[in-house]
Design a protein around this ligand. Structure first.
Ligand code: ATP
Ligand code: MG
Length: 633
């Protein structure tokens, strides 16, 4: 049995003290750290209590304000300061070797104060997957892999994590942290509550696991700011492990000394498992309520007692260690430094030279140097690769010349295009107007001509005397009566067509050329000498006018002339109508072309298509001008 004298009137049995977890409560300034915790640790270091298994306890202090580093002055051989900052103590490291995506994303979230995006998470998965396939990996390798993948958004957060120096390829051996009879102060002052929570969570998980596996000595953990690491009604990275320790660790001689300002804001999981209490002055009634509800042997009348305790001096002690709750006086131990205190350089030097530390310190230094150098080299390589990629390619002089030439040409062509566009519009307008005028005039002329001719045809037709051929004269008709119809037709044909060969006569009568002679001799037998045959020319001719002379009047000659004129006029009229139709069709075609051109001009305004359109327009314009010339000609 080891007696720990905490106050004049307070000597407690260490076995009873560490039978359960210990709670130190009180408002800020109540003396929880400088008085109670400091006294408790000092007594333990001095008296070296053992756990029920006979092994001396090891002490680990989570020093969130770097106050406990003062212990190194008082107990140089027994107390070692660890810190992520190697200038403040032995390097404290969490391994980043094969860090899981969960741990990493939690850390990134805490650092960036925001959720990772899906894309960032995906990139992280990819990088980890690739590295894992090759074997063990470190945070630095992960960083360079993300750099290679050009996932830059995560890099600043990674840099922040690396700047904390908490992660390293190798973890601080738990055996160095938990040494029987000795204390390790983990100075994590200056880090954000989130980062501290991650460190605490990791440290406690590892220590508790090692303790359960009996790999380290029984432990007493002093945890400052317990309301922050195990808050009520909120989950932080350390919540889970603190709940496990509170409920399960006692049996493993893994004792938690939790120190909290705000009892009401500390997780019930932790409060309810506190067996021995040191309660300092507590002003807040809600906090007192939480204490009254959870502390052993405390009754409602203690509310007043707690309220009226002298700050930084008096404490109400209760739990297994006392029969009944008692107020004790524990003075400031003057061991702790002010918050944010620093271990003396001479002490640090001495610590680094400690036999049990040298090997680890040398190893971690060399590992970190190698890793950092590798990362620097990798990043430098990546940077130069990237710069190389981004470099503007060198353009040969000739190409550059050609390029500038092309540029000027392009600009000039653009100007030309604009001008052509405007000119074309003007030309098109003028051509259109001219063509219209010409066509309208021509069509008008043609129409006038048609009208004139039509009128003349009408007049000529009306004014002509009744026209009668020689064979239609009554007297001739009478003389020709002896002839059959076909014989008469033959005579009339010859009269009309003039002298004709048998081959010409026969088809019109529907007879064979051979039979023409027979017809002719029959005709001549009926009317002698009516059809004569010119043997020399081989043609037949009618002799009606000779046999039956009929006086042709002047008017009848006039009539014939008029008739010929009408025929000619009819022909002219037809030609005029045809010419008019052709011109109208041409005009319609031109009109169509013009509409198409206007459409093309509009669409041709689009810059990317201007060149082919310009060409098209030019050729169309030429075509139109040509056509116009033809029409005008
Ligand atoms: N560097 C110091 N030197 C002397 N006295 C100090 C120093 N720092 C604090 N004190 C005094 O010691 C008393 C106890 O301080 P301590 O830090 O132990 O309180 P605490 O209960 O741990 O408060 P907190 O919850 O804020 O840590 C304070 O009331 C204060 O007046
Ligand atoms: Mg304190």
């Amino acid at each position: 049995m080891t007696k720990l004298q905490l106050a004049k009137n307070c000597i407690i049995d260490s076995k009873k003290l560490f039978l359960g977890h210990v709670g130190i409560a009180g408002t800020t300034g109540a003396g929880k750290s400088r008085n109670v915790a400091a006294k408790l640790l000092a007594e333990c270091l001095a008296k070296q209590p053992s756990a029920p298994n006979g092994v001396r306890y090891a002490y680990v202090v989570v020093d969130t304000n770097d106050e406990y580093v003062g212990f190194t002055d008082r107990y140089p051989g027994q107390v070692v300061v660890f810190s992520p900052d190697a200038t403040r103590g032995i390097p404290f490291r969490i391994t980043s070797k094969n860090i899981t995506i969960d741990d990493l994303s939690m850390f990134l979230r805490e650092v960036t104060k925001k959720q990772l995006s899906k894309a960032e998470l995906a990139a992280l998965y990819m990088a980890i997957d690739e590295l894992r396939a090759k074997g063990d990996y470190t945070l630095e390798q992960l960083y360079t892999r993300l750099y290679e993948l050009e996932e830059y958004s995560l890099l600043p957060a990674f840099e922040k994590i690396m700047a904390t120096n908490i992660f390293a390829p190798e973890e601080t051996p738990l055996k160095l942290l938990a040494r029987p009879g000795q204390a390790s102060i983990l100075a994590i002052g200056g880090y954000s509550a989130e980062v501290q929570a991650i460190i605490v969570a990791h440290l406690l998980r590892e220590l508790f696991l090692a303790r359960k596996n009996n790999e380290i000595a029984p432990c007493v953990i002093f945890l400052e700011e317990c309301s922050v690491f195990a808050p009520e009604g909120e989950l932080v990275p350390s919540s889970e492990i603190l709940k496990s320790i509170a409920t399960q660790a006692r049996g493993y001689n893994f004792i938690l000394v939790s120190i909290f300002q705000r009892s009401s804001m500390t997780s019930k999981n932790v409060l309810s498992q506190v067996g021995n209490w040191f309660i300092g002055k507590t002003g807040n009634p809600t906090d007192r309520q939480a204490i009254l509800r959870n502390a052993e042997k405390i009754e409602t009348e203690h509310d007043k007692v707690i309220k009226n305790l002298k700050a930084a001096k008096q404490f109400l002690v209760t739990g297994f260690i006392v029969e009944t709750p008692a107020v004790v006086e524990i003075p400031d131990q003057k061991i702790l430094l002010s918050k944010g205190g620093r271990i003396k350089p001479t002490v640090i030097e001495a610590t680094f030279r400690r036999e049990d530390m040298t090997e680890y310190v040398a190893k971690i230094r060399s590992l970190e140097e190698t890793e950092q150098k590798r990362m620097k080299d990798d990043i430098a390589r990546l940077r130069s690769e990237r710069e190389e990629k981004l470099k503007v390619p060198v353009i040969p002089k000739e190409t550059r010349k050609e390029l500038s030439h092309l540029k000027t040409e392009l600009q000039q062509t653009q100007v030309r295009y604009q001008k052509a566009l405007e000119g074309l519009k003007e030309k098109e307008k003028a051509a259109d107007r001219k063509a219209r005028e010409r066509f309208e005039a021509t069509i008008k002329e043609q129409q006038a001509e048609i009208e004139r001719l039509t009128r003349q045809v009408a007049i000529a037709g009306a004014g002509a005397p009744e026209e009668k051929s020689v064979w239609e004269q009554d007297i001739v008709k009478h003389r020709l009566k002896p002839l059959s119809e076909k014989q008469r037709d033959l005579v009339i044909f010859l009269e009309r067509s003039g002298p004709s060969a048998a081959e010409k006569v026969a088809p019109t009568l529907g007879i064979a050329p051979k039979t023409v002679t027979a017809y002719v001799s029959e005709i001549n037998s009926k009317i002698h000498g009516l059809v004569a045959f010119d043997e020399h020319k081989g043609v037949y001719h009618s002799r009606i006018t000779e046999l039956f002379p009929i006086q042709q009047s002047e008017s009848s000659k006039d009539h014939e002339r008029t008739l010929a004129e009408v025929v000619q006029l009819r022909q002219d009229l037809r030609h005029a109508q045809e010419a008019a139709a052709t011109k109208t069709a041409e005009a319609a075609k031109l009109e169509q072309e013009r509409n198409q051109l206007v459409k093309q001009l509009d669409s041709g305004k689009r810059e990317d298509e201007w060149a082919p359109v310009l060409e098209e327009l030019d050729s169309r314009l030429a075509g139109m001008v040509k056509l116009l010339g033809k029409v005008e000609g």
